[in-house]
Design a protein around this ligand. Structure first.
Ligand code: FAD
Ligand code: NAG
Ligand code: NAG
Ligand code: NAG
Ligand code: NAG
Ligand code: NAG
Length: 530
């Protein structure tokens, strides 16, 4: 075996950037060699763990839910590693440092900009799909969840143990807890039970030196940072310990839709005054689309009030009658079910067994772009009508606004309690999403242009200075780091939107824990340069 010469490798690197494919193979060989050596030293079996571009498994592992990021990031990973053991992860850190390749950590792979599986510089994917065990302690009402588990798997496992325990996090079952919890984690119970990070009580993180830190041996600062500041800037999250919440045995769901002809505009306007203040057991989420009504035989706006009430229908109806009679909710619109069945309901799954929650493959959305905003003052009727015009413009494809109410217990946390700063004072969050099937630049530019124009149209109606955004809905339009040299000022352009005044403390933690900026991507927290 040849010995690895670092100077020589650096040479390969600069060649690589110029020559592309041909030298990428050399780089690939060096990484593979380094990793194989490390595995041998530790008696680890590389089969089914290290996937090279020659393996059939490489292509299927690379297959992603959203193909749009590939247009920004044409480079393919040197290797894909799917570890079973912590020592394998440590070996990947070792070789990445030695060969100066980046690591992209992937848990569920739902990153909006694909940063968990793409990069502009040579990189490997560390895919944690095999790191997904979950242990539930029903007595303590806690759970240890490994980072590669999905939300669906977590919900499923809790439900197997108890009818009245649950966890508060996102709606889509294929989202990974590694990325999701480190960025916040909003879901249908967030007005009553807040977001996922508010229920993290311990964690295991591998740092740049390959050491595993739990809460006892990590600084309070680091434990604070990973609960909303994103894991990718600070290390590799191996597992979370979370506290479970208690839910009633029976909850109530409804999904009531109204078109423009049935007062949708007026109802959406009114909703802004209701949804944030109503009983915190009730979360009225609102979806807005343009569609052709088969009944009306014409195009119209459809507003769907997709809702969860943590209680029985006979308690829900009087609340709606008192606070939101305009919607005209009746008992027939409502269905009582267990919390775990409501998980399936909101995931849009009908008549399937619970096992579907264990499926890791996300729904296919060939090309997708999302953005977010926070709203602090109700949007006037005229403002809403302008949104309807945008929705009609992209009516043929899936363009949608999702309005998620805040208030309730979310307002009881101070802005600095965790890096997730969007607390009191926010009425709701807007998620703008557009998905299309047609490949190529013409479609890409058309739809990106649409969502960017909509975003600038919305400026007068949403939060300002900074115009806040949810970091889990990653948006590279907000700004990007320079590769390898990002100043505090540069990063503050996008980071103040995600983290507001928590950005400074995140920079401080980063400077302590990873001063050489080993863990980085296009939107990672930069260390202060010494
Ligand atoms: C269809 C869909 C539905 C969604 N629904 C919701 C919702 O209801 N509520 C909500 O709040 N959000 C929602 N999101 C956003 C989601 O929370 C984020 O995309 C989240 O980051 C995904 O986590 P992941 O592990 O699947 O992603 P990944 O792509 O694996 O990771 C996302 C980021 O975290 C980093 N990362 C991942 N794992 C680790 C780790 N173990 N250690 C360190 N860094 C890590 C990655 O490198 C990357 O930067 C949704 C997204 C999609 C695509
Ligand atoms: C629409 O709202 C107005 C004002 O609240 C009300 O008078 C009217 O009856 C509603 N129309 C329908 C179809 O619900
Ligand atoms: C709610 O209803 C709308 C309109 O019919 C539909 O598009 C949407 O998928 C439904 N949502 C859920 C969670 O069933
Ligand atoms: C679900 O199953 C029930 C009973 O098997 C059936 O009556 C109903 O039509 C099914 N619903 C859907 C949406 O398939
Ligand atoms: C949240 O704060 C409000 C107002 O201070 C208080 O009435 C309510 O009980 C708090 N809720 C929780 C769950 O702490
Ligand atoms: C980093 O960027 C700053 C400004 O963007 C520049 O002044 C500096 O020279 C750069 N440093 C390196 C090492 O490239």
């Amino acid at each position: 075996m040849e010995s690895l010469d670092i100077t020589c490798l650096l040479l390969f690197f600069s060649n690589l950037l110029i020559l592309g494919a041909s030298s990428s193979q050399d780089h690939n060989q060096h990484f593979l060699q380094c990793l194989t050596d490390q595995f041998q030293h530790s008696n680890l079996d590389p089969s089914n763990v290290i996937h090279t571009p020659k393996d059939a498994s490489y292509d299927s592992l690379l297959h992603t839910q959203n193909r749009r990021p590939a247009s920004t990031f044409p480079l393919r990973p040197l290797l894909i590693i799917t570890p079973y053991h912590k020592r394998e992860i440590k070996a990947v850190i070792y070789c990445s440092k030695k060969l100066r390749a980046q690591i992209r950590v992937r848990s569920g792979g739902h990153d909006y900009e694909g940063l968990s599986y793409s990069s502009k510089v040579p990189f490997v994917i560390l895919d944690l799909r095999n790191f997904r065990s979950i242990s539930i302690n029903t007595k303590d009402k806690t759970a240890w969840v490994e980072a590669g588990a999905t939300l669906g798997q977590l919900y499923y496992t809790i439900a197997r143990h108890s009818k009245t325990l649950a966890f508060t996090a996102g709606v889509c079952p294929t989202v990974g807890v590694g990325g999701h919890i480190s960025g916040g984690g909003y879901g249908m119970m967030s007005r009553k039970h807040s977001i996922a990070v508010d229920h993290v009580i311990d964690a295991k993180v591998m740092n740049v030196d390959g050491q595993i830190l739990d809460r006892r041996c990590m600084s309070e600062d680091l434990f604070w940072a990973i609960r909303g500041g994103g894991g990718a800037s600070f290390g590799i999250v191996l597992a979370w310990k979370v506290e479970l919440i208690t839910v009633p045995e029976t909850v109530t769901v409804f999904n009531v839709s109204r078109t423009s002809e049935h007062n949708a505009t007026h109802l959406v306007h009114r909703w802004q005054y209701v949804a944030e203040k109503i009983d915190e057991n009730l979360l009225l989420r609102l979806f807005l689309r343009s569609f052709v009504s088969p009944i009306l035989g014409k195009r119209t706006i459809q507003a769907s009030f997709t809702s969860l009430y943590l209680g029985r229908v006979h308690h829900l109806l009087p609340i709606m009658q008192e606070k939101f009679p305009e919607l005209g909710l009746v008992e027939n619109d409502c269905t009582e079910m267990s919390w775990i069945d409501s998980v399936l309901f909101f995931a849009g799954v009908r008549n399937e067994s619970l096992d579907i929650l264990l499926n890791r493959n996300p729904p296919r959305r060939p090309y997708f772009k999302g953005k977010s905003d926070y709203v602090k003052q109700p949007i006037p009727i005229n403002g809403l009508k302008g949104i309807w015009k945008f929705l009609h413009e992209e009516a043929e494809i899936r363009a949608e606004l999702e309005l998620s109410p805040y208030g309730g217990v979310l307002s009881n946390y101070s802005e600095s309690e965790t890096p997730f700063p969007h607390r009191a004072g926010n009425i709701f969050m807007i998620h703008y999403g557009i998905a299309w099937n047609r490949p190529g630049n013409i479609a890409l530019e058309k739809h990106m242009n649409w969502i960017r124009r909509l975003y600038s149209y919305m400026a007068p109606y949403v939060s300002k200075n900074p115009r806040a955004a949810y970091s889990n809905y990653r948006d590279l339009d907000l700004g990007m780091n320079n590769e390898g040299n990002t100043s505090y000022e540069q990063a503050s352009v996008w980071a103040l939107k995600y983290f507001r005044n928590n950005f400074n403390r995140l920079v401080h933690v980063k400077t302590q824990i990873d001063p050489s900026n080993f863990f980085r991507n296009e939107q990672s927290i930069p260390p202060l340069l010494s």
